[in-house]
Design a binder for this molecule. Structure first.
Ligand SMILES: N[C@@H](CCC(=O)N[C@@H](CS)C(=O)NCC(=O)O)C(=O)O
Length: 124
């Protein structure tokens, strides 16, 4: 099981320690459902791209003006992994912590991605 708490990068609310941002909430729900210990690092919108570049988190979208960086990002000090995108985070945690509840069963990833259950911004 996990040795060190994971880090969840999330966007702060004006209310202290209150999570509100929809995509980071998906990663938070996954971590909570799996019972994986984590701590939150709050990152203001203007600092998201800088954080991601600094820690080596991938962009989640390519826009005409270049790569676009978003939260959530999860950093796992137990493996060194840094994962962007709420759905990829769920898949990473399923794979890395197989003794926790499985959230993307075999054969369902494409369905989940296409069904709108994965509400991540733009449709391709
Ligand atoms: N596909 C990504 C989308 C993440 C996303 O759009 N996050 C928003 C917050 S809910 C964000 O970080 N936006 C920052 C920005 O657009 O500058 C995911 O599912 O994690």
């Amino acid at each position: 099981m996990t040795q060190q708490p994971l880090i969840l990068y999330d966007i702060p609310s004006s209310l202290p320690d209150k999570a509100w941002s929809p995509n980071p909430w998906k990663a938070r729900l996954v971590l909570n459902a799996k019972g994986i210990p984590y701590q939150t690092v709050w990152v203001e919108y203007p600092n998201i791209a800088g954080l991601c570049k600094r820690i080596g988190a991938e962009h989640t979208e390519m826009r005409p003006n270049g790569p676009h960086y978003t939260l959530p990002v999860v950093q796992d000090p137990n493996t060194g992994a840094i994962v962007s995108d709420s759905f990829k985070i769920a898949q990473y945690l399923d794979k890395t912590y197989p003794d926790t509840i499985r959230l993307v069963p075999d054969g369902t990833a494409a369905f989940i991605r296409r069904s709108g259950l994965q509400m991540s911004g733009r449709r391709k």
